[in-house]
Design a protein around this ligand. Structure first.
Ligand code: ADP
Length: 905
């Protein structure tokens, strides 16, 4: 219903109600007033009728008094005037008096005379019996106590009511005594009633009160009058109004029922006025309504309609940037302003909502997990039987290959009919979640999708559930792969442990095969060893079974299987996905059914020792990592084979070395023996040469010329030098014989002894020899003294002009001591650094510096015998530093105290 229609309906209703209320009020007031007037008039009419009736009675009473107070009447009653009637009461007189009966009663109450009179006929009639019975002696009509007594009124005779008046009969002056009573009667007949009606101008009906022939209206009025005794006014339809009055008789009992009827002209006029008023009000109302509608339309409805249309247009277009235009400064324009304000707020709110929606959508779509929202569908028993997709995100689409548009709003049974037949009761689980609010987390393989899923389900509201889905197929495969690789690694570790201790080639390869199969890393394994010519040199297997014998036979004939041939050419393992199909002739085809195989050559250091082949567990394929691991394993086995080969070679070399060492030792000993014998045996002839030369000089000094004496001296010098050489050589050769066991030796003590031996040289040269703290070592003390003596002696001997300074020190380096003997002497050219340690090698002539060239050779031999090495660091004229090493030794350190002995001097 439009606002216009509503306003019109309300307004019309209001107008109608107003008119109705006004009409009702007016009608009530006006008609009540008119009815009052009407009632008053009826009452007045009844009063008039009553008055007229009373007037009739009064008139009858007056006539009666007139006739009663008359001497002639007195005389008549007293019986003394017989002509009274003749004179006074003839028919004419009676007709003029308009009475219907006259009765004379004596003082005793007896009727003296009475006659009726028919006015119409103008003749006397007998006194009606009912009237005579009404004149009871002693009653008010027949007996008067006082001259002023009077009885006048109405008496309801059974046949008809009458007006009756009774006066005491008195003298003409109205004095007594009372001679009787005069009663006059006038019938209240239709004639009188008509007369009364004419007199009062009303429609009049008079009925005896006790009448049995009364109509319904009269009966009701009579009973009401009996109750209330008051006049009644009652409308009789729209045309007339009636008034009822009770008229008592002379005894005061109800005698007559008067009904006065008046036309309702006042009332009807009032009604008409009312109708005119209502009609004019209606007309005015309609006119006002018309004006109101026009004004309303102009001022409110049309602008409101335009406003509504504009708002509708905005609502239809959903363009919240539109605005409503409305001129003026009334409420509608303010409403338009408010709507615009609301549109602005809505626009902002929509923007916020849109952003929030975008954020939500972005969050939803960019989740790294598949998300789907569903409504559960329950059966008649309340159990979940299906579910409907409400929303899914893009990751879900990708994971399940179910496009959003093709699933949203649809049932799972339509979209994924196979899901209901899946091994896992997905619907049951979802039903529990959606209907009980429980959560669920599962990792399941869906045979429908052929994938492993990690799935969490929860219910945000009853009857609905959401799932978070991750494809963990990769992870599961990786776990399986990891498990497999772990077994492979365990197998490899077992094999590695085996090959480090196993020295037998046959047991090595058999153990390797067993190890590979034992930990279920591989189902079968075999190794074939090949010789340089490619022939089979050995074989082992584990788990392969009977087919391996056939393979061995083939390889013995030099027929290597295809995979083996390829593996021999490749450095990396050769993988065969399905050996039976790619290599049907292989004797292992049956054993390798549904299993991949890897074959790799056992190569190390450019040498190929054979082939290693394994079968993968069913359903497993080898990846790069496993291939690399397998390659490593093959290298380890090959390395072990290589080690065995090297071991065999080294044993051979060691044996020959041992033989060579023995030969060398023997030849050395022979050489030393020779040197010893030679130097020992040479000493005697040399001594003889020297002795005879000295004898010759002594005996023949005078006979020899100076040259001969010089020659003899040269010969003696040469013999001396030779002697020194021979004794040096003897000393050198003796160094290797009669070795004493090493003992903890204090180097400082050894140095002290060496310096004691050098006392002369030191004092002659003015040398100063100093040293830092020196350690104790395991050594032959005598040799150590000789070592220090030679080095310090050389430092003094090969001095320059300045007094020689020799300093000794020792520093630890790892497991050895490095000793340094430095001097400030002539120095050595670096190119001679090696040569000076060779026996008999000297850099100077004997004239410059005496010596035999054996000292440093001895030093090197002593140092090397103690497990050390010796070298020199020097430059000419810059002094020399001779360094040698000796091993550190705990025992020596313990024996020598802290390892350091003595202190610098
Ligand atoms: P000798 O001392 O008997 O000559 P050595 O074997 O002791 O024999 O020395 C070999 C040579 O090394 C010496 O002739 C000398 O030339 C050189 N030499 C040895 N010690 C020193 C030194 N401290 N300073 C310079 N030269 C030296």
């Amino acid at each position: 219903m439009t606002l216009r229609a509503k306003i019109l309906a309300v307004y019309s209703g209001m107008i109608v109600c107003l008119i109705a209320v006004f009409y009702s009020a007016t009608r009530f007031i006006l008609l009540a007033s008119f009815t009052g007037i009407e009632e008053d008039r009826v009452m007045r009419n009844m009063e008039r009728v009553g008055s007229a009736l009373a007037g009739e009675v009064e008139q009858l009473d007056f006539i009666t008094r007139d006739w009663a107070w008359w001497d002639e009447t007195c005389a008549y009653v007293a019986g003394r005037d017989e002509g009274f009637f003749r004179r006074n009461l003839n028919d004419v007189t009676l007709g003029a008096l308009k009475i219907d009966a006259i009765v004379f009663v004596d003082p005793a109450g007896r009727v003296v005379y009475g006659t009726g009179f028919d006015g119409g006929a103008g003749a006397k009639t007998p006194l009606p019996g009912e009237l005579a019975r009404a004149l009871v002696p002693g009653g008010p009509l027949t007996t008067h106590r006082d001259p002023r007594d009077r009885t006048a009124g109405i008496v309801a005779l059974p046949s008809a009511p009458i007006l009756i008046a009774s006066r005491p009969i008195l003298t003409g002056e109205g004095r007594g005594p009372i001679r009787g009573s005069l009663v006059m009667v006038r019938s209240l007949d239709s004639r009188m009633i008509r007369s009364l009606a004419a007199m009062t101008h009303v429609s009049l009906v008079i009925e005896p009160f006790r009448s049995t022939g009364l109509g319904g209206e009269f009966l009701r009025a009579r009973s009401e009058l009996l109750r209330s005794r008051a006049d009644i006014v009652r409308p009789l339809g729209r045309e007339a109004v009636t008034g009822y009055r009770l008229v008592p008789d002379i005894a005061g009992t109800p005698a007559l029922l008067i009904r006065v009827m008046s036309p309702r002209d006042i009332y009807m006029r009032g009604l008409r006025t009312l109708h005119y008023l209502a009609a004019s009000m209606l007309a005015i109302g309609l006119a006002f309504s018309a004006v109101f509608v026009v004004v309303l339309d102009r001022v409110i409805l049309s602008p409101l309609g335009r406003l509504t249309a504009r708002v509708d247009a905005i609502a239809t277009s959903s363009d919240l940037s539109s605005r409503v235009k409305m001129g003026g400064r009334d409420e509608l324009s303010r409403l338009a302003g408010s709507i615009n304000g609301m549109l602005v707020a809505l626009e902002r709110a929509q923007e916020v909502l849109r952003r929030s929606e975008q954020d939500y959508r972005a969050l939803f779509d960019n989740m790294l997990t598949g998300f789907a929202y569903h409504r559960i569908v329950s059966g008649a028993d309340g159990k979940a039987v299906d579910f409907v997709f409400v929303e899914v995100n893009s990751v879900f689409e990708k994971l399940t290959h179910l496009a959003r548009d093709s699933v949203v709003g649809k049932k799972a049974s339509e979209v994924m009919p196979g899901l209901l037949r899946d091994d896992f009761d997905w619907i049951g689980m979802y039903g529990r979640v959606a209907l009980t609010g429980a959560t669920a987390r599962v990792e399941r393989y869906s045979s429908y999708h052929g994938k492993w899923y990690s799935l969490s389900a929860y219910s945000p509201r009853s009857g609905y559930f959401a799932i978070l889905l991750d494809d963990i197929t990769g992870r599961k495969h990786a776990e399986e792969r990891m498990e497999h690789l772990t077994r492979v690694l365990r197998a490899i570790r077992g094999v590695d442990q085996l090959i480090t201790r196993e020295k037998d080639r046959g047991r090595l390869i058999a153990g390797a095969c067993d190890g590979l199969v034992k930990h279920r890393g591989y189902s079968h394994a075999w190794i074939a060893l090949l010789d340089d010519a490619g022939g089979l040199a050995g074989s082992a297997e584990s788990g392969v079974g009977g087919g391996f014998a056939g393979l061995v036979e083939r390889m013995k004939r030099g027929d290597i299987p295809d995979c083996g041939k390829r593996a021999l050419e490749e450095t990396v393992p050769v993988t065969v996905a399905d050996p039976p199909s790619s290599c049907p002739s292989c004797p292992l085809a049956t054993a390798y059914k549904r299993k991949g195989a890897m074959t790799v050559r056992l190569g190390y250091g450019g040498r190929v020792y054979g082939l290693l082949s394994v079968a993968l567990p069913p359903g497993m394929t080898a990846d790069d990592e496993e291939s690399a691991l397998f390659g490593e394993l093959a290298r380890d086995v090959a390395f072990a084979l290589h080690g065995l080969e090297i071991e065999e070679g080294r044993s051979r070399v060691e044996a020959s070395l041992r033989r060579m060492a023995l030969d060398l030792k023997r030849s050395n000993m022979e050489l030393e023996q020779f040197a010893y014998v030679a130097s020992h045996d040479l000493q005697e002839p040399l001594r003889m040469v020297t002795s005879y030369l000295q004898l010759l000089e002594r005996r023949y000094r005078d006979r020899l010329d100076p040259d001969a004496a010089d020659f003899i001296r040269f010969a003696v010098d040469g013999a001396d030098h030779m002697k020194r050489l021979i004794s040096g050589l003897l000393e050198y050769s003796r160094l290797g014989t009669g070795d004493r066991p090493f003992a903890p030796t204090d180097c400082e003590a050894a140095l002290d002894r060496a310096l004691a031996n050098l006392t002369v040289a030191i004092s002659e040269s003015g040398a100063s020899v100093t040293h830092d703290p020196l350690p104790a070592v395991m050594a032959d003390a005598e040799k150590l003294v000789q070592l220090f003596q030679n080095l310090v002696g050389n430092g003094i001997k090969f001095r320059r002009e300045a007094p020689p300074k020799v300093h000794l020190s020792a520093a630890r380096s790892g497991e050895e001591w490095i000793f340094s003997v430095s001097d400030n002497g002539i120095g050595i050219e670096p190119k001679f650094a090696e040569r000076i340690f060779v026996i008999f090698q000297r850099l100077h002539g004997r004239d410059d510096y005496p010596g035999t060239g054996i000292g440093l050779a001895l030093c090197r031999k002593i140092v090397e015998q103690h497990g050390g090495r010796i070298w020199v660091e020097s430059r000419p004229r810059e002094g020399s530093v001779f360094r040698f090493t000796l091993p550190c030794d705990r025992a020596a350190a313990a024996g020598g105290g802290t390892g350091w002995a003595g202190s610098g001097r």
